[in-house]
Design a protein around this ligand. Structure first.
Ligand SMILES: *Cc1c(COP(=O)(O)O)cnc(C)c1O
Length: 427
């Protein structure tokens, strides 16, 4: 064996996997079982007491899912990971581990529409309160911090517009106040950006999007950066106080730099329950093997389409950080040097009605609410994903009436351009 650190492309195919010890199967099998037989009574007791690692029940661990977790942890440069049923489930479980009733967290306003709802509406039932940062700068985040702030949440590359966040700057604010920085890396993927290298403590992603990459399976993942000192004060009791159900074990003391991932698993996932199916883990693992190749082509096609639209007379503006004159281009070069991703927005002349007509006219692009498929996708956020927001919130989230969002796929780019041209021509 050589001493080389494996490259990203190698990790995408091999990390976490080995030939199946029972059968020699080269591909990680789908362990489609709800539960696992104990060796004996003592073995069972040690598993339940967290004194040994092993499988009990697929809600908590599963061998297929374990390979997925190890692979994404390796790609993100984290210490451990926890895969769950969806990206939203990942966000819920992260916050469940960080927040006590009455606590706050600071979040960027430029977020996936579903996250704006989850944070602003549903989390209120847990008495967890989001404070939206007024702008995108580190200062804006600092101003929103109070003694009750337990987390900062941003997207590395923000959905739906091509906004790149200043991860280093915001991480510095988080460190100053000893608050973990949680970064949603769904749109960038670890191929384009590794937030832990820029100071993030926890990374969450929807596996449903580019990581799975084929629009066929829901999943989410939490990656523990292993960077945060949970015992520095008493603000994160789930990690720093004895757990009665585990024989008064203190999770941070016992599990060190992967204690957050363990807490999410043995408390959050155990009690809230959104486990990923082993079949979905298998599909997503297969998808991840080609992540580098797909992302490269996604970015190349997106750049070609963005440049074409920029010169189109029915298009008012294009917001893609990869374009030289885009306000986020400098941050893109810093944080996502390999490419600006595949998702971007543009403004169609004619406003709300033109946006609706355009999505009706396209033929290769699918009109649906997803991103990160091999197929090209289109949506008019104001009438769909962001329709529940009021006009001011829509504008703030980058989803005004004229905005159309594309997730550019890996088809022949000439066909994508021809499709958009014929659809725009009919307006
Ligand atoms: C889709 C998405 C989510 C939610 O993930 P699901 O798998 O749909 O639950 C969260 N953040 C971003 C940026 C997304 O695109």
């Amino acid at each position: 064996m050589s001493n080389r650190e494996p490259g990203f492309e190698t990790l995408a195919i091999h990390a976490g996997a080995q030939p199946d010890p029972a059968t020699g199967a080269r591909i990680t099998p789908i362990y489609q079982t709800s539960s696992f037989v104990f060796d004996d009574v003592d073995h069972a007791a040690s598993l339940f007491g967290l004194q040994a690692f092993g499988n009990i029940y697929t809600r908590i661990t599963n061998p297929t899912t374990a390979v997925l977790e190890e692979r994404v942890a390796a790609l993100e440069g984290g210490t451990a990971a926890l895969a769950v049923a969806s990206g939203h489930a990942a966000q819920l479980i992260v916050m469940h581990a960080l927040m006590q009733p009455g606590d706050e967290f600071v979040a960027a306003r430029k977020l996936y529409g579903g996250s704006i709802n989850q944070f602003g509406q549903s989390f209120k039932s847990f008495d967890w309160h989001v404070k939206w940062a007024d702008g995108l700068s580190a200062d804006d985040f600092e101003k929103a911090i109070t003694p009750k702030t337990k987390a900062i949440f941003i997207e590395s590359l923000a959905n739906p517009g091509g906004v790149v966040m200043d991860i280093n700057g915001i991480a510095e604010v988080a460190r100053k106040y000893h608050i973990p920085l949680v970064v949603d890396n769904t749109m960038a993927t670890p191929y384009l950006c590794r937030p832990i290298e820029h100071g993030a403590d926890i990374v969450v992603s929807s596996l449903t999007k580019f990581l799975g990459g084929h629009g066929n399976s829901m999943g989410g993942i939490i990656v523990d950066g292993g960077t945060f000192d949970w015992s520095k004060d008493d603000r994160y009791p789930i990690l720093s106080e004895p757990r009665p159900e585990y024989n008064d074990m203190v999770l941070h003391e016992t599990f060190g730099n992967f204690a957050f991932a363990i807490a999410c698993r043995v408390l959050g996932l155990r009690d809230l329950g959104p486990a990923i199916s082993p079949f979905n883990s298998f599909q997503i693992l297969t998808g991840i093997e080609t992540l580098p190749l797909r992302m490269e082509r996604h970015c190349e096609n997106a750049m070609t389409v963005a440049k074409h639209l920029q010169g189109h007379d029915k298009v008012a503006w294009v917001s893609y950080a990869g374009l030289d004159d885009d306000p986020h281009h400098a941050l893109q070069k810093q944080y996502l040097p390999k490419g600006a991703g595949a998702v971007f927005t543009f403004g169609v002349k004619g406003g709300y009605q033109a946006g609706i007509d355009l999505v009706a006219n396209v033929e290769i692009f699918s009109h649906l609410a997803n991103i990160g498929d091999t197929r090209s996708l289109i949506i008019h956020p104001a009438s769909t994903t962001h329709r529940q927001l009021d006009d001011e919130q829509k504008e703030a989230a980058g989803a005004g009436g004229d905005v159309v969002r594309l997730s550019v796929g890996i088809e022949s780019v000439e066909d994508l351009i021809a499709d958009l041209d014929q659809a725009l021509k009919q307006l």
